[in-house]
Every structure is written in C-alpha cells, then in structure tokens.
Design a protein around this ligand. Structure first.
Ligand code: NAD
Ligand code: TYD
Length: 353
C-alpha cells in the first residue's frame, strides 16, 4: 500500500492511473479536491478496490494519523500543492497554507507513524516529495541547465513555497532520519492537464476560437516533459533512489513559449483544420507576467546515470499525443470549463471515517 497526496490533480491522477496499470499494490489517494482536483480524472478506477479515495486536507493531522495507522503504507508520494504561478501572484496565501504548512503537517504525521514502525519497515519506508525546477530560479540564455547542486533562488510565491517545502523535507531527513526522496521536475504536459496552464489553455482556446495569450514577447524558455515520463521517473526514484537525495527530472526539451504555441497551432491545423486561416491567427501578445522567469532547463544526468531513467517521449511525440487526447476528450474539457466537474457526490467513492 502506498499513500499518494494530490492524486486527483494533473500529475497525481496520471501517476495513480499508471501505478495501478502496472502494479497490484493499492493506493490511498488523499486529495482535498480544490479547483484543481477532478474526480473525472479517475473515472476508470471507480469500481477498483485497489483505489481508496479520501477527500481531505493535508493540514488535517488527525485524518492523516488515522489513515496511516489503519492502512500502514510503505511509502508516501506527495503531489498535493497549489501549482499555478499566476494564481500565486494574485493570491499567495493558499500556497503558503498548502505547500508550506500542509507539507509540514504531512511530515509531522508521517514522522510520528514512521518512528513507531518495526525496524525492517522503518528502513524500507520512503517519503517522496514531488517538487519543481522553479526552486532554482531563472537562467540566462547561456547558463548551463540546473543540476541538483544549483543554489535555490525562487522568484514567484509558488516557487518560494515549493522551495520552503523542499527545505522542510531535507530537514526531516537530516534531523530525524526520515527516508526522504525529493524530485525537482521541469514543466509537465499531457492528458488531464487543467486548462489554465499554457499548453492545455492554448489547445482549448484555439478550438473555441478564442485568443491565444502570450505573455510579453514569448521568448521565455521552458523545458517540457510528457507527464507519463515524469510518472515513470517518480516510480524509479521510489524504487531505487537513495534516501536523502534529490533528483532532477527533465526531458532535454527547451522551447520558447512562442515555439510551443506555434507547434500546437500547427498540429491543430493538421488534425482539425479551421474552415479558413490558421490557428496561429488567434495568437495575441499580452502584458507580461510580473517577475516572469526567463528560462528553466534541467540537467537530468544524475537520474539517468544512477537510476537508468530516460524519457520515452520527445516533445514532438508527446505534444501530438496531448493534442490528440484533447481532441478525443471534449467531455472532460467541457465539464472543467462549465464547473460541472465539481458536482461529484458519490459517497461510495470516499472512505468513511
Ligand atoms: P494540480 O494543481 O493539477 O493538482 C494538485 C492536486 O492537489 C489537486 O488534486 C488538489 O485538489 C490537491 N490539493 C491541493 N491542496 C491540497 C491540500 N491542502 N490537501 C490535499 N490535497 C490538496 O498540480 P500538478 O500540476 O498535478 O502538480 C502536482 C505536483 O507536482 C505539485 O507538487 C507541483 O508543485 C509539482 N510539479 C508540477 C509540475 C507541472 O508542470 N505541473 C512540474 C514539476 C513539479
Ligand atoms: P505555465 O503553464 O503557467 O507554467 P510555469 O509558469 O510554471 O512555467 O506557463 C508556462 C509558460 O507560458 C510561462 O513562461 C508563462 C507562459 N504563459 C503564457 O505566455 N500565456 C499563458 O496564458 C500562460 C498560462 C502561460
């Protein structure tokens, strides 16, 4: 049994689905269901006894304590977070509450549980903290990519809150010996991505005939990784990562935002052409994001060298899969855009306390 936090969100849901497709080991999925949590992501697991869904906040130490005692997981994979930089600029409080205080609350509950395990279970236990490359700050065009020893220099409330959580995880390893693993991954994309982030927003807006907003001149660079490659990397780190270590995860796919948006438009032109013109005609340059980080890039040689992980998808193959997924899953997007995805009431789906 493993316990996953944030497993109804974009990466967490992809992880839970991948996990249960490859393993018989059950998953407790612990998620508050904020705006970013969507049970439609997990419809295929509704009748699956290996998936136990619990709607709760990681700040609720009592529920965490009770769950850990009842289910005795051998590992925690911690995805739950507020994850959108723009939201962190407009309202940072939720980011401190979940990413900092919530991670602290989770670490405290896990420490109490872990300390009382028998020696062999204690040694085998893992707490895997899922973090971001944004904690390293911003690169200039000629800087080498971030390595695991790059100094932290977070620039947004989001990245600052994730950096704080990374430091707490590090401290729990050094102070208490908790067998932690931290992964710092680059920008993900793929199925089930909430259409507020660049790639799903552009796909969704393009198809709705809306503007495709590019912040500033669109020259900012992100290093894109297809979500199932991230999930495979996390599984590998959980299996063979060394406690106390951090692992950078990335796909060696640096692209400017303008380049990404052009690629999406060109794929849509190919797969679902407009009656006239190109989707590129919908591109609009808008006011830049305050404090916009210029460039992120990940040096992923440590995880490749030590754990043998490499991404399976290139940006071209991953983006084609992503655009095709959105074209084939209109109902998912429609329910997100209408807010209907929040109307789930299905007690059978939730663990009763
Ligand atoms: P997401 O916003 O899509 O999902 C977050 C999930 O966490 C949601 O299901 C939400 O309901 C849940 N959640 C939020 N607050 C909670 C709380 N207080 N208690 C319990 N559950 C709560 O995020 P994502 O894009 O899937 O990112 C998952 C993790 O990966 C985050 O920790 C993020 O920092 C990290 N990450 C994301 C990316 C990316 O490109 N999306 C890249 C690197 C790392
Ligand atoms: P985003 O998907 O929000 O991820 P992050 O800020 O964590 O990297 O944004 C990716 C890049 O795209 C970032 O440089 C901001 C830019 N962007 C736009 O140009 N327009 C948009 O509408 C959005 C949401 C992002």
């Amino acid at each position: 049994m493993i316990l996953v936090t944030g497993g109804a969100g974009f990466i967490g849901a992809n992880f839970v689905l991948d996990w249960l497709a490859q393993s018989q080991e059950p998953v407790i999925n612990f998620d508050k269901l904020t705006y970013a949590g969507n049970l439609n992501n997990l419809t295929s697991l509704r009748e699956d006894a290996r998936h136990i869904f619990v709607q709760a906040d990681i700040n609720d130490g009592d529920i965490l304590k009770q769950l850990l005692q009842t289910h005795q997981p051998r590992a925690i994979v911690h995805f739950a977070a507020e994850s959108h930089v723009d939201r962190s600029i407009h309202g940072p409080a939720a980011f401190i509450e979940t990413n900092v205080n919530g991670t602290f609350s989770l670490l405290e509950a896990v420490r109490a549980y872990w300390q009382n395990l028998e020696d062999d279970k204690k040694a085998a236990f893992r707490f895997l903290h899922v973090s971001t490359d944004e904690v390293y700050g911003s690169l200039e065009a000629n800087d080498p990519p971030f390595t695991e020893t790059t100094a932290y220099a977070p620039n947004s409330p989001y990245s600052a809150s994730k950096a704080a959580s990374d430091h707490l995880v590090r401290a729990y390893h050094h102070t208490y010996g908790l067998p932690t693993l931290t992964t710092n991954c680059s920008n993900n994309y793929g199925p089930l991505h909430f259409p507020e982030k660049l790639i799903p927003l552009v796909i969704t807006n393009a198809r709705a005939g809306k503007d495709l907003p590019i912040y500033g001149d669109g020259s900012q660079v992100r290093d894109w990784l297809y979500v199932s490659d991230h999930c495979a990397a996390i599984r590998r780190v959980l299996e063979a990562g060394r406690p106390g270590e951090t692992y950078n995860i990335g796909g060696w796919n640096e692209k400017t935002n303008l380049n990404v948006v052009h690629s999406i438009c060109d794929l849509l032109n190919e797969l679902q052409a407009k009656p006239t013109g190109s989707y590129r005609d919908q591109i609009r340059h808008v006011k830049d994001r305050p404090g916009h980080d210029k460039r992120y890039a990940i040096d992923a040689r440590k995880i490749e060298r030590e754990l043998g992980w490499k991404p399976a998808e290139s940006f071209e193959t991953g983006l084609r899969k992503t655009v095709s997924w959105y074209l084939a899953n209109d109902a998912w997007t429609a329910q997100v855009l209408s807010g209907e995805y929040k109307n789930w009431v299905n007690l059978q789906y939730q663990e009763k306390n």
